[in-house]
Structure formats: structure tokens, C-alpha cells
Design a protein around this ligand. Structure first.
Ligand code: AR6
Length: 330
């Protein structure tokens, strides 16, 4: 099951377990730890006293008491000094051990704060990268719904270079598209170069196929195209829906109903999972009644990742989240 990034107070989340960024005494503190103890009530502290503390990178579980969550998994992140004191491997261990504990306790859904990224000073963009990396590795093997909970969105950071590249791409294409619209309204002549490139890529894709194949594929539905592409790529169904950040149940629905009409974000998620180039992505989207356009920031960001052949859905979602745009899959 998928990874979701959300903006929330973790104490309000209704899922099987929430994770606490604790300290090694497990007896409460500031930040998210303080908020969790406050919301869960005094019985949490009483149970924590019986646990004998917890080492950095390890995790222990308690009941959720007054929280909507059934369990609290307490993990102790590293204090960030300079990145040369095994901070990253301790932080990775926090996610791995917490997820393992959730699995042992049959949790189907777990919510994480960005461990170590507050009082322990781990740089937020790097903390996020570690979180996404460890959680997505876990989700390729296991079925679970995992949330990364961002408390203070204004502090949310993705890799600076990526952010700047995407912003430049949006500026160029979005602004051009708005100008184009204005020019068309005033009947100015305009060079349609980039959109022509897309049209000619689609055309040449069609030319490569025999007429027979092309005719057959004309009335192929979204679901049929998806299953054909999975076969052609030699993927398993699970590889495809996991790479698409889509849960197994939704995939089964699409698989069993050839007329299933997915949402635009689901359709794009599958195109990304299949690593389709732009022309084929548009072809697949058309089957579901959608298209990528330059007058929509979301579409431009998707196009940016496809053109740069970056098909990592979790990275794409981090960027979409940072830009307040809808996420793929989930
Ligand atoms: N919901 C979700 N996230 C939150 C919440 C909340 N209610 N409150 C804060 N955060 P921190 P650490 C975010 O400092 O860096 C404690 O005293 C916050 O914005 O809580 O691992 C412990 O006892 C930040 O991104 O934990 C330890 O001594 C993230 O949670 C020490 O702090 C983690 O920030 C642990 O420090």
C-alpha cells in the first residue's frame, strides 16, 4: 500500500499506530513527544516508565490511550551534529525498526513525524529524503499505508536544486502558455514549437506500428492499455501498482473492469510506474479522457519529471507536495 505525505497534527490521526520522536528516557519531552504525551494522557507516561528507556535508532511500542491511534511507537532519532557521526544510519534505523514493530503488531496504517528534524536539528530536506527512502523500500515488500506527517508546511523543504529546476521549468512553460493564450485571443502569430514537438512524437509513435495494431489499439480501453503495457515491460502487477503508489485493491478493480475510468492522478501514476515517455503518457491519459497541458502547473511538473526521465513517484510526490499540488497514486 502507498505512502502519503500530509499536513496535520499527528496526535489527531486515526490510524493503527503513530510514531513518536522520543528521547532515550521515553519519559516525555518537547516537540511532538510533548504533544503526544499531552494528548494521550498520564497513563502513557506510566507505561513508558516500565520500558527501561530506548537506545538511539531503536523503537518500543505502547498503547495509544486517549489518542485515536491504537498504538504509539516510540523511537529515538539521532541528534544532528555535522553529518559525520552516523546520524543518517541511526535515522534510517529509526524508520526500519518502527516499521518492523508496526508489522509485528499487525498495523495496517502508520503515521510518522519527520524524526530528528526539530529539536535534534537534522536538516529537514535530508530528514525527508531518508524517511521517503526507508518507507518506500519497506513498502515494496509489505502492504501497509504509511503517512509522513508534516506539521509546519512552511518549514517543509525538498532538494534546493530540484526545487529551482522545477520552478524554472514551470515559469518558462506556464508563463509561455498564458502568453500564448493572450496572443491567440488577440490573433497574434505565435511559434507553437514545443506543442508541435509533442504532436510529432505521438505521430511518429503511431507510424512505427502496423496499421492493424494501430486499429486494434484505437478502441483499447485505459485498463486494457495498462495491462498490455505491464506485459510489454515484463513487469509483475505488484511491481506496477507499487511503483505507482497505488493500493492493491484499486489495482484489482481496474484489472477486473475493462471500462474502469481512473482519476487523472491515478492514470498519471500508472504512466510513471510504466516509465512511459511523454507521447505514450499522453496516449494513456487520453484513454481515460485526460491530457497534459501547459496551462496547468500540475501538468507541467509531471512533464518536467518525464522529460528528465525521473520516474521515481515518491520524489515526484515530494515535489508536488512542496508546490501544494495534488499527489500521484494514493
Ligand atoms: N504533529 C506532527 N509533527 C510534529 C508535531 C505534531 N503535533 N509537533 C512537532 N512536529 P521534534 P526531534 C514535528 O523536535 O527533532 C523532544 O523533546 C516538528 O516540526 O518533536 O526528533 C524529545 O523528547 C519536526 O519536524 O523531535 C527529544 O528530546 C518533527 O516533528 C527531542 O525532542 C520532529 O521534531 C527529539 O527531537
Amino acid at each position: 500500500m502507498p505512502l502519503k505525505i500530509i499536513c496535520e497534527d499527528i496526535t489527531k490521526i486515526n490510524c493503527d499506530a503513530i510514531v513518536n520522536a522520543a528521547n532515550s528516557t521515553l519519559l516525555g519531552g518537547g516537540g511532538v513527544d510533548g504533544a503526544i504525551h499531552k494528548a494521550a494522557g498520564k497513563n502513557l507516561l506510566a507505561e513508558c516508565r516500565t520500558l527501561g528507556g530506548c537506545k538511539t535508532g531503536e523503537a518500543k511500542i505502547t498503547k495509544g490511550y486517549k489518542l485515536p491511534a491504537k498504538y504509539i511507537i516510540h523511537t529515538v532519532g539521532p541528534r544532528y551534529k555535522d553529518g559525520k557521526h552516523e546520524e543518517e544510519s541511526y535515522l534510517r534505523a529509526c524508520y526500519r525498526n518502527s516499521l518492523e514493530l508496526a508489522k509485528q503488531n499487525k498495523c495496517k496504517s502508520v503515521a510518522f513525524p519527520l524524526i530528528s528534524s526539530g529539536i535534534y536539528m537534522y536538516p529537514k530536506d535530508e530528514a525527508l529524503k531518508v524517511a521517503v527512502d526507508e518507507i518506500s523500500t519497506f513498502l515494496f515488500k509489505e502492504e501497509m499505508l504509511v503517512y509522513i506527517v508534516i506539521y509546519d508546511k512552511s518549514n517543509y523543504k525538498i532538494d534546493e536544486k530540484l526545487f529551482n529546476d522545477i520552478s524554472a521549468y514551470i515559469d518558462k512553460n506556464y508563463v509561455e502558455s498564458i502568453l500564448l493564450e493572450k496572443c491567440l485571443n488577440f490573433n497574434y502569430d505565435i511559434d507553437f514549437e514545443e506543442d508541435e514537438q509533442i504532436v510529432s512524437a505521438v505521430e511518429s509513435e503511431y507510424k512505427k506500428r502496423s496499421l492493424d495494431d494501430a486499429l486494434k489499439q484505437l478502441d483499447e480501453s485505459f485498463s486494457q492499455m495498462l495491462l498490455r503495457k505491464i506485459d510489454e515491460k515484463g513487469m509483475t502487477d505488484a511491481e506496477c501498482y507499487k511503483n505507482a503508489n497505488i493500493d492493491r485493491k484499486l489495482f484489482s478493480k481496474i484489472r477486473s473492469n475493462r471500462f474502469y475510468k481512473p482519476s487523472k492522478t491515478t492514470a498519471i501514476a500508472f504512466a510513471i510506474a510504466l516509465e512511459l515517455p511523454l507521447a505514450e503518457t499522453n496516449e494513456m491519459l487520453m484513454k481515460a479522457g485526460f491530457a497534459l497541458s501547459h496551462s496547468n502547473k500540475f501538468d507541467i511538473v509531471i512533464e518536467y519529471f518525464i522529460i528528465n526521465e525521473n520516474y521515481n513517484i515518491f520524489e515526484i510526490n515530494q515535489a508536488l507536495f512542496a508546490l501544494d499540488l495534488p499527489l500521484l497514486g494514493v
